[in-house]
Design a binder for this molecule. Structure first.
Ligand code: F6P
Length: 369
């Protein structure tokens, strides 16, 4: 039988997403109601791996007071990072070459030394893969699915996604009138990495006329044909929603920066490529709007806030029930637990037979195929 829990730690890793603070609040209050203390690790695991960076402490106590009034705030009071994955930590050798080492043992040692009995790891695929590795090494761990990209498997949705979709939809709503006034093509690039969830959902909700997703390699001739058809019907403007990970048939993804050790590649530039090509193909004036990090900011929607609070409370319940190595997940209308092993390293793209894609087709939206 495992020892009783008295102190838990919380970490937030990867790109921030609206709702992180609501999870932290729910964990701290639920834990406190069980008589447990909560501690926050700063910036992923940096608070443990680089204590010297934090004169006020890389790991600090989260009291009920510290989490008062934060559920509606974007970002994370713990800070986060998407660099320096402890499973593949880059180190420079004397000969100047860089290789990666596994630093997860240092995390386990820290937990033992500070008598921290469990970890709530709030993150996306990368963070949950680290959480899975820590659980396999014997740490008591529960994961919470976060990402605006919604690309995690085994949960209906992640928190952060709804807020990103709501904002992107509002942006499209605003772009209709200016595109129409100038009879332009406006291309709107949206984050989402290799999954098209944000672009598909916002594209449909915001009335885009073409939607380009990583899951459906595009042929811009088809999009140009759609724009010409609209022109011929007197609708002389078009909005094109483009996922940052979308690419042409037989083409390459647009990249800003290649991947490095413990660090994912940075996508960007897909919108610019599409706009240039559509301008050349249609002869129409084209403009690009890159929503980028705006999608990660702001207050979480009520849906995301509620999901985050439910996830935080469920994570503490799961630990109290003796679970470890699991992720709390939305299985409408409930929250359930799924093994981290079934989540780590698996990306959930938009299924091609999704009824949402079919809805777009039924409404005459071009997917560039
Ligand atoms: O995973 C969240 C996300 O916002 C992706 O949509 C995007 O590709 C990436 O993070 C951007 O990361 P960064 O903040 O390092 O530019």
């Amino acid at each position: 039988m495992s020892s009783p829990i008295r102190r838990i730690a919380i970490c937030t890793g990867g790109g921030d997403a609206p709702g992180l603070n609501a999870v932290i609040r729910a964990v701290v209050i639920s834990a406190s109601n069980l008589g447990w203390e909560s501690y926050g690790i700063r910036e992923g695991y940096n608070g443990i791996l680089f204590p010297e960076r934090y004169p006020e402490g890389g790991v600090f106590k989260l009291t009920r007071d510290r989490v008062r009034g934060i559920a509606h705030l974007g970002g994370t009071i713990l800070g986060t990072t998407n660099k320096g994955n402890p499973l593949h930590f880059p180190i420079k050798l004397p000969d100047g070459t860089v290789r990666d080492i596994d630093r997860t043992d240092e995390i386990l040692e820290f937990f033992a030394k500070r008598e921290l009995d469990a970890l709530v790891s709030i993150g996306g695929d990368g963070s949950l893969t680290i959480a899975h590795a820590l659980a396999q090494k014997g740490l008591r761990v529960v994961g919470v699915p976060k990402t605006i990209d919604n690309d995690l498997d085994k949960t209906n949705t992640t928190f952060g996604f709804d807020t990103a979709v709501a904002f992107a939809t509002e942006c499209l709503d605003r772009l209709h009138s200016t595109a129409e006034s100038h009879q332009r093509v406006i291309v709107v690039e949206m984050m989402g990495r290799y999954a098209g969830w944000i672009t598909l959902h916002a594209g449909l909700s915001g009335g885009a006329h073409a939607i380009l997703l990583p899951e459906i390699p595009y042929n811009l001739e088809k999009v140009a044909a759609k724009i010409r058809q609209r022109d011929s019907l007197g609708r002389q403007y078009s909005l094109v929603a483009v996922a940052e990970g979308a690419k042409a048939l037989n083409g390459q993804r647009a990249l800003l920066e290649a991947s490095g050790i413990g660090q994912a590649e940075r996508l960007g530039g897909a919108g610019e490529q599409v706009a240039e090509a559509l301008q050349a193909l249609t002869g129409k004036d084209a403009r690009v709007v890159v929503l980028g990090h705006l999608l990660r900011g702001g207050s979480p929607t009520a849906f995301d806030r509620l999901a985050a609070l439910r996830f935080g409370a469920a994570a503490v319940r799961a630990l109290n029930e003796g679970h470890s190595g699991i992720m709390v997940a939305l299985a409408f209308p409930n929250v359930n637990y799924v093994p981290l092993a079934e989540v780590a390293g698996r990306m959930k793209g938009v299924p091609l037979d999704s009824d949402t894609i079919q809805t777009g087709r039924d409404l005459g939206i071009s997917f560039g195929d």
